[in-house]
Design a protein around this ligand. Structure first.
Ligand code: ATP
Ligand code: MG
Length: 322
């Protein structure tokens, strides 16, 4: 069998078995520091899988080992049935990688840039079509250096798609973007999923992970500390809602713990977060408690728990320090 045929049949088998990507006990050390410490997971065909974690958690290192950009100290990754250790070239034809800082030719237009990168692969997508998918058709004749931050990120995404990849890797795809550009990028990513692309991304935005990802691996200190759907991760907290309130100094956490349905209290100074299994009775009792004691409620916010709460529960730290 030729290498192309071998690769094609391996991709077919991988799609049939359902697993497009597998990380097996990946380990990476930098001097004394272990950046990635035995990371394993499987990503089925067509899933958006997210690595969520704080700065330095080991997300990029994990991603780059899977992409074949960094060599693991031990462990390996299997992409579409191909072991990255032995079939790196074949793997790289199958994957698309959105680079953080892409160096481009300043004299080429966007269309010329995409056409050039497309020419490096035997097969791939039509550059004009790609420009329209990332909503840059009006910029076809512009140069990369004349783009806004959001447009540049979308160009980077189009570049990652020129070879019509089976698996797409996005490292912090919306870092430093304004809310409107983030939404636009999310929509493009969701459209790619609709077309059957398997996508792996990293982020430290919990809303991004929650909106985009079918499953999320929470990473901290080089390890995966939880892996599930956002809904299941949040369910594990056993709380229906969080009541975020500011009460003056007469309040003690022990009092709040006795309110009905309360599962947990988090306190910092006069600020309390009450986790409850049943929001309404807790809320009613809280207002009554404050009334009876002449305590002033200066702030009150009821919300559903988020991945931020999950991270705090797992690590005792905030995902994004305030
Ligand atoms: N080339 C390198 N040499 C030495 N240490 C490195 C190198 N690359 C990463 N590290 C260290 O490995 C750890 C994990 O880094 P990594 O970039 O994978 O984290 P990350 O989760 O992607 O973080 P961020 O959210 O900031 O992008 C960090 O402590 C980092 O300082
Ligand atoms: Mg990173």
């Amino acid at each position: 069998m030729s290498e192309m045929t071998q690769t094609a049949s391996s991709v077919l088998q991988a799609s049939a078995s359902g697993v497009m990507l597998e990380a097996r006990e990946l380990v990476k050390r930098y001097r004394q520091r272990t950046a990635v410490n035995g990371v394993s997971f499987q990503v089925p065909h067509g899933e958006i899988f997210g690595l969520l974690g704080p700065n330095g958690a080991g997300k990029t290192t994990t991603l780059e080992m899977i992409e074949g950009i960094r060599k693991p100290d031990s462990g390996t990754a299997i992409l579409a049935g191909l072991d990255i250790r032995h079939r790196k070239n074949a793997v790289q034809r199958l994957i698309g990688v959105q680079l953080q800082a892409t160096t481009l030719f300043p004299e080429l237009t966007l269309l010329e840039t995409l056409t050039f990168f497309r020419s490096l692969y035997p097969t791939g997508r039509d550059p004009r079509q790609l420009l329209s998918e990332v909503h840059l058709e009006e910029k076809a004749k512009a140069r990369p250096q004349d783009l806004s931050g959001g447009q540049r990120q979308r160009l980077a995404l189009a570049l990652a798609l020129v070879n019509d990849p089976q698996i797409l890797f996005l490292d912090e795809p919306t870092a430093s973007l304004d809310p409107q550009s983030r939404r636009m990028l999310w929509d493009i990513v969701l459209a790619l999923k609709e077309q059957g692309t398997t996508i792996m991304l990293t982020t430290h935005f919990m809303d991004e992970a929650q909106i985009l990802c079918d499953r999320i691996a929470i990473m901290d200190n080089g390890e995966i500390i939880a892996l599930d759907t956002a809904a299941h991760l949040i369910d594990r907290l056993g709380a229906q809602a969080t009541i975020d309130c500011k009460l003056n100094s007469h309040t003690v956490a022990a009092d709040l713990e006795t309110l009905p349905a309360v599962t947990k209290i988090r306190q910092s100074a006069e600020h309390f977060v009450i986790f409850t299994a049943e929001m309404q009775p807790t809320l009613e009792a809280l207002l009554q408690y404050a009334n009876q004691r002449g305590i002033t409620l200066t702030e009150l916010q009821v919300s559903t728990p988020t991945l931020e709460d999950v991270f705090l529960e797992l690590t005792g730290r905030q995902l994004r320090p305030e």
